[in-house]
Ligand binder design. Sequence first.
Ligand SMILES: Nc1nc2c(c(=O)[nH]1)N[C@@H](CN(C=O)c1ccc(C(=O)N[C@@H](CCC(=O)O)C(=O)O)cc1)CN2
Length: 298
Amino acid sequence: MSDAKIIDGKAFAQNVRKRVAKQVEELKHYENLTPGLAVVLVGEDPASQVYVRNKVKQTEECGMKSLEYRRDPDISEQELLTLVQSLNENPEVHGILVQLPLPKHISEEKVIEAIAPEKDVDGFHVINTGLLATGSKDAMVPCTPLGCLMMLKDYFGGSLSGKRAVVVGRSNIVGKPMGALLLNESCTVTTVHSRTVDIEEECRRADILVAAVGRAKMIKADWVKPGAAVIDVGINRIETPDGKTKLVGDVDFDEVVEVAGAITPVPGGVGPMTIACLLANTVTAACRQNKIDEPKVD
Ligand SMILES: Nc1nc2c(c(=O)[nH]1)N[C@@H](CN(C=O)c1ccc(C(=O)N[C@@H](CCC(=O)O)C(=O)O)cc1)CN2
């Protein structure tokens, strides 16, 4: 029997959304301001369609204005850039999110850099990346790492100072910003990746282990220090012996739960927090654009 705390991302996200809904109500009442989020979806990727549907639904449930733009997969890069530009200029839109991945013929980098940094609620624009890397509180923080940080701070009772953190994966969306966030919280941070020598040994030193590598069940029990907090960002669809598909993380949950002090499940861990943090970022963006004191995020 394991003693690990299973961190309930679904319940955590519900609390964040409740808080966001209350903030939206206050902004409407006292400031006559309704935060607006524009979500752009290009193509028909089934997973992206589900994520966008949930984003739109939860935006509306929190009382915000939701604008949805669906475009065919063969839209030209220029047409997409023109759409982003029009959203930059739309005063009803405080946050812009272009769902990734984009079709191969469109440069994700160009599209992200076209979003006005103050409306970049994904926190992917190089201005926001730079602000985060320099420890500025003005950064718009990427949603998945922000969700991971909120759950970690809650588990450790507020402070992560001095903890040894290992991030597995170096993507621009999760690994790199996660490392920057943990460093800003005074953790000792190591990022490991496919070229790291003795990746298991590095992981075993971690008080906080964040897996964001995109490989099903890669992190095994003997990679984990007893009592460590393990955050699983992976969302991998695998086939089961009976021919069905199942969602699993980058962590071998059944093994690691026996060793860890705390662990996030997949599904129901980090995933729901990604959308909740997007809603929180949209409120932050709306406040900043209207020079209103912004709510504290964590
Ligand atoms: N522009 C962006 N694109 C993408 C992002 C992002 O943050 N911004 N992240 C991912 C996808 N994503 C949000 O867009 C996302 C992924 C997973 C979940 C989630 O709630 N997952 C559930 C399981 C859902 C399922 O059954 O498939 C869970 O883990 O419990 C929410 C959002 C890539 N693109």
